[in-house]
Design a protein around this ligand. Structure first.
Ligand code: FMN
Length: 330
């Protein structure tokens, strides 16, 4: 069933799955013709932003869903995902899950949106009638989402996101790690490989140039002058957007959560809605708690992330930074 050529074909689609900071931590080993081993590239962890490894594991989950969608198009399916429990890292690679592949897969409609889905970090235009219909359709179909529409609540959540964002940025290690994954100039050799390019972050050249200093050596001074909050604010990006609070069962393995996360995002794309996670809202316990209480996240569910979504006021970035398929096979 599986061989190297088919695996390469599959991974060309799988690698389009989202990953936190676009670190692309997932590697694949062909064990035999019906088994793959999902392996983590341990050099690509985020000790400051993701100390528990939750978001890296969720990113692996998204990659597993990407594999499932790619297999379905070829009449194949994932028969079983068996997490590998014991720590056994060697050579910078840590086995995460053994994946059994079987015949009998079916094409899934969401697979058609894998190449169109991308993080949208630009502005939104107001919802028109078709946009409203798309949002209603998404909300009716998506089981794990609580939509927030009223502008007062959205503005309050935007302020909460700024507070949470600034809280994390005030940590030196966090800022350094973020800068490490930012690709602020096209001359960066990794601009088209991984990380967050200026274009993907919807930054102009001037802003990208300044970001190096604002998040780097100037940050402590800007903070003392009370300017850091204004410079880091993303409040404007919430204008004309809706918010989708994405929740999943408490205690769920992030490997499973990641599959649902990717499907929810693809379902937004399928409705023509542009979206981007705002992780700081879920990552900071105080804002996570507040959102659960104020916006009716059902009991027994945890708030995994918050998506800003709506009608993109512009075109998507031309470059999707991704590692070559050959590097993903170990
Ligand atoms: C767990 C997780 C958390 C993320 N959090 C954020 C976030 O807070 N802000 C953001 O702009 N993008 C966030 N992203 C989006 C990634 O940066 C994005 O998927 C990656 O850069 C690849 O780009 P693409 O989505 O356009 O394919 C997150 C993605 C994942 C999987």
């Amino acid at each position: 069933m599986l061989d190297r050529a088919l695996l390469e074909e599959l991974l060309a689609e799988v690698r389009l799955a989202p990953s936190v900071h676009n670190i692309q931590p997932t590697r694949w080993r062909l064990v035999n013709e019906d088994t793959l081993l999902l392996v983590e590239a341990t050099m690509r962890r985020l000790p400051a932003a993701d100390p528990s490894g939750h978001d890296v594991r969720l990113s692996h989950g998204a990659a597993i869903e990407g594999l499932s969608l790619a297999l379905g198009r070829r009449g194949l399916r994932i028969a079983e995902v068996e997490p590998v429990g014991e720590p056994g890292a060697s050579g910078g690679l840590q086995p995460v899950a053994r994946i059994a592949i079987a015949a009998g897969g079916q094409a899934d409609g969401l697979a058609d949106f894998v190449s169109a889905r991308a993080s949208w970090r630009g502005g939104f235009r107001p919802f028109d009638q078709p946009g409203e219909a798309a949002l209603s359709m998404f909300s009716a179909l998506a089981g794990d989402v609580q939509l927030v529409r009223d502008t007062d609540s959205i503005d309050a959540i935007a302020r909460l996101a700024d507070e949470a964002g600034l809280h994390f940025l005030c940590d030196d290690a966090h800022r350094a790690e973020l800068l490490h994954w930012m690709r602020l100039s096209r001359s960066d050799p990794s601009y088209e490989r991984d990380g967050l390019s200026a274009e993907a972050m919807a930054m102009s050249g001037v802003v990208a140039f300044g970001t190096r200093f604002v998040l780097g050596p100037l940050f402590p001074l800007l903070r003392r002058l009370g300017l850091a909050a204004t410079l880091a604010s993303e409040r404007g990006k919430f204008a004309n957007s809706a918010l989708a609070l994405f929740h999943r069962p408490e205690g769920e393995d992030p490997l499973v959560t990641g599959r649902a996360f990717y499907r929810a995002w693809l379902a937004m794309t399928a409705q023509g809605l542009a979206a981007c996670p705002v992780s700081v809202l879920a990552d900071r316990p105080a804002s996570n708690r507040q959102l659960i209480e104020r916006h009716g996240v059902p009991k027994g569910r945890r708030l995994v992330n918050v998506f800003r979504l709506g009608l993109a006021a512009g075109a998507p970035a031309a470059v999707r930074a991704r590692l070559p398929v050959a590097e993903l096979i170990v």
